[in-house]
Design a protein around this ligand. Structure first.
Ligand SMILES: *[C@@H]1O[C@H](CO)[C@@H](O)[C@H](O)[C@H]1NC(C)=O
Ligand SMILES: *[C@@H]1O[C@H](CO)[C@@H](O)[C@H](O)[C@H]1NC(C)=O
Ligand SMILES: *[C@@H]1O[C@H](CO)[C@@H](O)[C@H](O)[C@H]1NC(C)=O
Ligand SMILES: *[C@@H]1O[C@H](CO)[C@@H](O)[C@H](O)[C@H]1NC(C)=O
Ligand SMILES: *[C@@H]1O[C@H](CO)[C@@H](O)[C@H](O)[C@H]1NC(C)=O
Ligand SMILES: *[C@@H]1O[C@H](CO)[C@@H](O)[C@H](O)[C@H]1NC(C)=O
Length: 411
């Protein structure tokens, strides 16, 4: 009995160690290719297209890499980043082909599924690659939809982690009309269309109705743009206040939700601090503060805090996120009413007992949660919600420790 109550925590510790240790064992294609400077362009585009993360998340994978000279040929045609992604994803085989296996393919020929096929972008058989062991020990490759022509050759092995990941050099880019087909670049993407279809229709319509602000967004799409669109419910409630703004105020206000650089979610999490917006000019700051709140990212101005609630698009150079409140720039809303202290005690109480937290959630202070965040009451609620989230964590911890205690008594 004594023995088991001692070994249980250590068992738990072991499980914890094992589960947390797993990701560090995984391969990192970026690091593997860094050892091969001749492949730096290929490596750069694996990261830029987010394919690196996809490769790292899988085992039993083969990357067909091309050197900088071949990449520069490809880039000279100025494909959009989306087309590059399609082409490169055809070079990621969802099976392990080390040098040995390449030369010992059963019957001398095989078809390999690729990431291009797995993402559903490739129609029919166009996402498969034919690998054939030619006479004389040469290995030739070609996309299945290439009319039987195999004119890409295995050059050498770059990295092999047996049965996990193989990185091999091939002589040129696999020719595929489907993968190379022009994919709309960011400036051809219908920004307002994406927002409208995913909960930001009111904001998108308001932007569409304002040619000057629309043009600012459009002009920034190729160079890098991050949009934080307020969801429909808060924006609808905010509309009366928007209509009250001057013409110039409306333009600045709409531009305030765009940032003229591409910011992926990991970048936002890593780069907390002040962020300029499309509305920023010499005289007017129109900035907000990016701040992590646990696993979430918040945007703050003097009077409002909004949380990022979803990602509509995250593909260099364009990212679109939804936010749960209308963020108010201090340049336009100086006279926002001062915070009312009323809900604060309820929140403190909520932190102590789970029952109190239920009371707090039904208290009137919670109803403005769906409000546009335009007033201070909503801000108070936001803070209250944060408090309750922490409280939730505490309750879970308490339940866990009670369960653990019970378990140990039983043993
Ligand atoms: C992979 O390696 C690169 C370069 O060393 C590093 O910047 C990146 O954070 C690593 N990625 C992961 C998921 O560990
Ligand atoms: C190899 O060829 C033989 C005879 O043509 C056939 O029966 C077998 O299915 C082939 N194996 C593979 C893996 O294609
Ligand atoms: C691969 O292509 C070669 C040449 O066109 C063909 O003979 C072979 O049957 C193909 N292999 C597979 C598995 O389709
Ligand atoms: C191969 O992948 C497995 C499963 O992800 C992992 O446990 C193992 O450590 C990897 N092997 C090597 C040599 O990295
Ligand atoms: C973009 O989407 C909006 C909203 O769905 C639509 O009204 C507009 O016509 C679209 N524009 C283009 C150029 O397709
Ligand atoms: C619009 O502005 C006027 C004058 O500043 C103000 O009295 C009114 O409350 C504002 N309306 C809204 C909905 O903010």
């Amino acid at each position: 009995m004594q023995l088991s109550s001692v070994s249980l925590p250590s068992l738990l510790l072991l499980v914890l160690l094992l589960t947390t240790a797993t990701p560090s064992n995984a391969h990192n294609i970026t690091r593997l290719l860094t050892k091969h400077p001749d492949f730096s362009t290929f490596n750069h585009y694996l990261t830029a297209t987010h394919l690196a993360a996809e490769i790292n998340s899988r085992t039993t994978i083969t990357v067909l890499a091309v050197d900088n000279a071949v990449m520069s040929d490809l880039l000279s045609k100025h494909p959009s980043i989306y087309t590059i992604k399609n082409i490169l994803s055809l070079h990621i085989l969802l099976d392990y082909f080390g040098t040995k296996k390449l030369h010992q393919i059963t019957n001398g020929t095989a078809l390999a599924a690729t990431m291009f096929q797995a993402t559903g972008t490739a129609p029919g058989s166009s996402g498969f690659v034919n690998i054939t062991d030619m006479k004389g020990g040469k290995v030739a490759l070609g996309p299945q939809d290439n009319g039987g022509t195999l004119d890409v050759f295995f050059v050498k092995s770059l990295e092999e982690v047996p049965y996990n990941i193989s990185v091999i050099q091939v002589s040129k880019v696999l020719p595929s009309a489907v993968a190379e087909a022009p994919t709309p670049g960011p400036s051809q993407i219908n920004l307002t269309g994406i927002m409208s279809a995913h909960g930001c229709k009111v904001f998108a319509d308001t932007l569409l109705a304002n040619p000057e602000a629309s043009k600012t967004y459009q002009d920034n799409m190729d160079g890098g743009l991050t949009v934080f669109c307020p969801l429909d419910d808060p924006f609808k409630l905010f509309m009366p206040r928007f209509k009250n703004l001057t013409a110039a105020g409306k333009v600045s206000f709409l531009e305030f939700f765009g940032v003229p650089v591409y910011e992926s979610m990991p970048m936002l999490k890593a780069n907390n601090g002040l962020m300029n917006t499309l509305a920023t000019d010499g005289a007017n700051k129109y900035d907000f503060t990016v701040q992590n709140d646990g696993d979430q990212v918040t945007l703050k101005t003097k009077s409002t805090t909004a949380r990022i609630t979803g990602t509509l698009k995250d593909e260099q150079p364009l990212a679109i996120y939804t936010i749960d409140k209308v963020l108010l720039p201090k340049e336009l809303f100086k006279d926002a009413p001062a915070p009312t202290p009323a809900p604060a005690p309820a929140v403190d109480k909520a932190a102590d007992t789970p029952k109190a937290s239920k009371d707090a959630s039904s208290s009137p202070s919670d109803s403005p949660a769906d409000a546009p965040g335009a007033d201070s009451a909503a801000d108070q609620t936001a803070d209250g919600n944060n408090g309750m989230r922490v409280d939730g964590g505490r309750s879970v911890a308490m339940v866990m420790s009670v369960l653990l205690g019970l378990l140990m008594c039983l043993l």
